[in-house]
Design a binder for this molecule. Structure first.
Ligand SMILES: Nc1ncnc2c1ncn2[C@@H]1O[C@H](COP(=O)(O)OP(=O)(O)O[C@H]2O[C@H](CO)[C@@H](O)[C@H](O)[C@H]2O)[C@@H](O)[C@H]1O
Length: 824
């Protein structure tokens, strides 16, 4: 019996050996993985590993271990080898061996059976089984032959394709240009304006600003099941879908009323029922959310778009075909980011940038991610889902619709209401009550999105779900989640995170405003705050901070500062008391949007794209083009300074104003782009007037100009009094522009001061937001620019070489989401 078991073991090993070889044949052909064979490979792999696992966990002799190691080595060698030739030959030998091994195995089985007194097995049976083995071996040989033919064909195909594809960077650039052209069709509302004509720019959006990197409008998201619509919530393995009654909060405090035109069952569960919505240019209907007919009718266009996009996503696609596990591993979650603005559709500042970019980075890690934002204008690529809901806000019933587009693996859902349309040029415009009403509507609609809006045919549901709310505008979301759902035993696993981008704006109002929120009376304590500045008042941010499961501040420095009296704006004690759930995560930058190599605003009118290798020439071109565009003397030797940002107390524009006489005494040029407080806007005008040959003050909101200034200037000024993170200094460094900043918040975290002795550092900093500090730092920067060219180039290079992408931040966000998930 010992010999029998040895035979079996060796048979096992030989089988494993053969699988190794088959795997090697398959994996050595990257081409094969592009074919349907990709799904075949893991089967082999997993069965092989299963065998190895069994053997590892059984008793192993030294000889067995040796065999195992040699097998492993052969496998590794085969993997490393670019030629599949030798492995294929081994495979053939093993196929031959296979029949021998099977025979041995069967003989062993019979010996065992005999030993147990079994009567099984006669000579005729033996012949039959041998015959069977031979047949099976033949089949296997045929299969392998076919695979080899496929491998050869695919290899040929790959060679042809790679010849056709040419330079991938060029492809990316071309694609981006076409993206920009397409996104310029969006036109949310206003045009870019100069010198203050037109909109109130502080709140204005600039739809032509950015690109949609890979719009797959109307196409199902990655978990799409085509036109089959399972019940909401089932996909994520979450709680069973709530019927309309249970999905709505309890009667007394319900923000939801019965659906007006389309019952939820009809719109979300039965795709064959046409929603009562007529398609119009303003209201394109998502073909995926309608009847089969509608799908057919519209299928051409999305298909075309996918084809157009095909060049860039290819890298991603090939990654998918390799079946790489998600970076998030087993921690993959459903994430819903809710924000009042989201670039490129709506943006007044950094929040829009973050809401547009962070979700994509989270999606790249494998999470299923949705962004919910108001629909301020007509976003051409977003389809109307046909879902309509009614929410009660300040005693009034308000109907909302939901629009959807899937871009870069993120579901963007826009809440549609006349309330938002009227403020397309001033997102935060109107009276305090107006803004509050809009934000209440946004949060009430957003908290129910996972139940009502089927993205790619499948609702998110509440399983494994985290909401990420941003700033006071959406700080009500954690409160609604708690009051309407958790308190009633609903959505028990859904979690919420509140991100502090700027604690200075808190949604303060008279306590009576609490009645507008539609919350149970006892919740008033979460909103009620007394402080020497505001007196007794209602504070929306405070309620969000108290209710959210976790809090994120947008830099480590800011996480500390907002706990101090100076930095907390009256909420420092709340944050201190909740510091156990606070974490600082420094923002990243969108490496496609803000990349001097790909920047579509830098490929005409004298501007040129540039990389780390070509930045000296590229930046010189951009500087000359900017000087020309602004009507300044075109001089390479003069330091050109820039400022971009909201014109308000935070950004310290007045500190630049105080330094103006000193600066104008020097041979330098200055361009300032911003909008906001009218006195500061006027100040910009008057500077331009006063110093015609040196200063330009561009009042307005222009993303194109922001990009060009970032590329064209030598030095970016950021004398912010406080800066939670700051994105402009990150963009500047990425473009080889040297930042001079007040060392505060995120600026301190990200701009390491230049040390001339060690030739390290990224820019200049000053400790106090005072004119003397700015002058001192700026003086050193200008001196280095003029007299220490090598040091200057070193600073530029170090800035450009940093990895500032969102990927690192996304990983840290993931840790926060996970902490929230397991928090009770
Ligand atoms: N006139 C103009 N024309 C065109 N573009 C303009 C512009 N004025 C500003 N911008 C753009 O708006 C963005 C502003 O970014 P900031 O980081 O300064 O954000 P902001 O202070 O609004 O937001 C808050 O949130 C962000 C994100 O978390 C934090 O980085 C920041 O510290 C915090 O104050 C940049 O993309 C900038 O180019």
């Amino acid at each position: 019996s010992i010999s029998t078991s040895n035979d079996l073991t060796s048979a096992f090993y030989s089988l494993t050996n053969m699988k190794y070889n088959l795997c090697s044949v398959l994996s050595s052909s990257e081409a094969f993985q592009l074919s349907g064979g990709a799904s075949f490979l893991p089967v082999f792999r997993s069965s092989m590993f299963l065998d190895t696992y069994k053997l590892r966990h059984g008793r192993r002799s030294a000889q067995q271990k040796q065999v195992e190691q040699s097998l492993k080595k052969r496998f590794d060698d085969a993997e490393a080898s670019t030629s599949a030739g030798s492995t294929i030959a081994d495979g053939w030998i093993d196929i031959y061996n296979f029949s021998r091994i099977r025979r041995t195995a069967r003989r062993c089985t019979r010996v065992l059976a005999d030993a147990e007194g079994s009567t099984n097995g006669s000579s005729s049976n033996e012949d039959e089984s041998l015959q069977e083995t031979v047949e099976e071996s033949k089949k296997l040989l045929a299969l392998q032959k076919e695979l080899l033919t496929q491998v050869a064909e695919r290899k040929k195909l790959i060679t042809t394709l790679s010849q056709d594809l040419g330079n991938p960077k060029q492809q990316l650039k071309t694609l981006r240009e076409s993206d920009i052209n397409r996104s310029s069709l969006l036109q949310v509302g206003s045009e870019e304006t100069k010198n203050g004509q037109g909109q109130n720019h502080q709140q204005g959006g600039d739809s032509s600003s950015s690109s949609l990197t890979s719009v797959r409008s109307g196409s199902p998201s990655k978990r799409s099941l085509g036109t089959v619509w399972p019940s909401p919530g089932t996909e994520s393995g979450s709680s069973p879908p709530l019927p309309e009654k249970t999905a709505s909060p309890p009667v007394v405090h319900s923000p939801v009323q019965t659906v007006s035109s389309i019952p939820v069952e009809a719109s979300t569960l039965a795709p064959t029922v046409l929603p009562d919505v007529v398609s119009s240019p303003d209201h394109p209907i998502n073909p995926w959310n309608n009847t089969a007919g509608a799908i057919e009718q519209n299928s051409k266009e999305p298909q075309k778009q996918v084809e157009q996009q095909d060049t860039r996503p290819k890298e991603v696609d090939s990654e998918h075909s390799n079946k790489a596990p998600p970076l998030a591993g087993p921690n993959v979650m459903n994430i819903i980011v809710v924000a009042a603005e989201c670039a490129p559709w709506s943006k007044t500042g950094g929040l829009g940038d973050v809401a547009g970019a962070l979700p994509k980075a989270l999606a790249r890690r494998g999470h299923r991610v949705m962004v919910v934002a108001p629909r301020y204008g007509i976003y051409k690529e977003a389809w109307e889902t046909g879902i309509r809901k009614v929410y009660n806000v300040s005693g009034q019933d308000m109907e909302v619709g939901y629009f959807h587009v899937y871009v870069d693996e993120v579901d963007f859902v826009f809440i549609d209401s006349p309330l938002f349309h009227s403020w397309s040029n001033q997102i935060y415009g109107g009276s305090r009550e107006d803004v509050l009403t809009r934000m209440v509507l946004l949060c009430k609609a957003a908290v129910e999105v996972p139940w009502h809006v089927p993205c790619g045919g499948v609702c998110y549901g509440d399983g494994n779900l985290v909401f990420v709310a941003n700033d006071w505008h959406t700080a009500l979301l954690p409160v609604y989640l708690q009051a309407y759902y958790h308190d009633n035993g609903l959505m028990p696993f859904a979690r919420s995170i509140l991100v502090i981008h700027n604690i200075a704006h808190q949604g303060r109002g008279p306590l009576a405003d609490f009645n507008r929120l539609g919350l149970p009376d006892h919740y008033i304590s979460k909103f009620q705050l007394y402080d020497p500045i505001g007196g007794e008042h209602m504070n929306v941010f405070m309620a969000g901070l108290l209710t959210a499961h976790r809090i994120v501040a947008v830099s480590h420095g800011y996480a500390r500062e907002c706990q101090t009296q100076e930095g907390g704006w009256g909420l420092d004690w709340v944050i201190r008391e909740n510091s156990w759930k606070l974490r600082g995560v420094v923002n990243g930058i969108d490496d496609i949007e803000w990349n001097p190599e790909l920047d579509a605003f830098l490929n005409n009118e004298g501007y040129t794209n540039y990389s780390l290798e070509s930045f000296e020439v590229g930046k010189a071109n951009c500087k000359a083009a900017l000087q020309k565009e602004l009507g300044l003397p075109i001089r390479a030797d003069v330091p050109l300074l820039g400022f971009i940002g909201r014109l308000d107390y935070q950004k310290g524009v007045d500190i630049i104003a105080q330094a103006m006489p000193w600066m104008m005494d020097k041979d330098l040029q200055l361009v300032m782009l911003g909008s906001g407080r009218s006195d500061l806007e006027n100040m910009l005008h008057s500077f331009e007037h006063q110093y015609q040959d040196k200063v330009r003050g561009w009042v307005g909101f222009s993303v194109k100009t922001a990009h060009r200034i970032t590329a064209g200037v030598d030095i970016l000024l950021m004398p912010s009094r406080f800066e939670p993170c700051g994105l402009n200094q990150l963009y500047a460094m990425r473009y080889g522009t040297v930042p001079v900043v007040h060392a505060v918040g995120g600026l301190r975290d990200t701009v390491h001061p230049f040390d001339p002795f060690t030739e390290q550092g990224l820019g200049w900093t000053f400790d106090k937001a005072e004119v003397s500090g700015l002058i001192h730092a700026l003086g050193n920067a200008i001196w280095t620019f003029r007299d220490f060219k090598d040091s200057w180039r070193g600073i530029q290079k170090r800035g450009m070489s940093q990895n500032l992408s969102w990927d690192h931040a996304a990983q840290q966000y993931e840790e926060v989401l996970l902490a929230a998930k397991y928090q009770w």
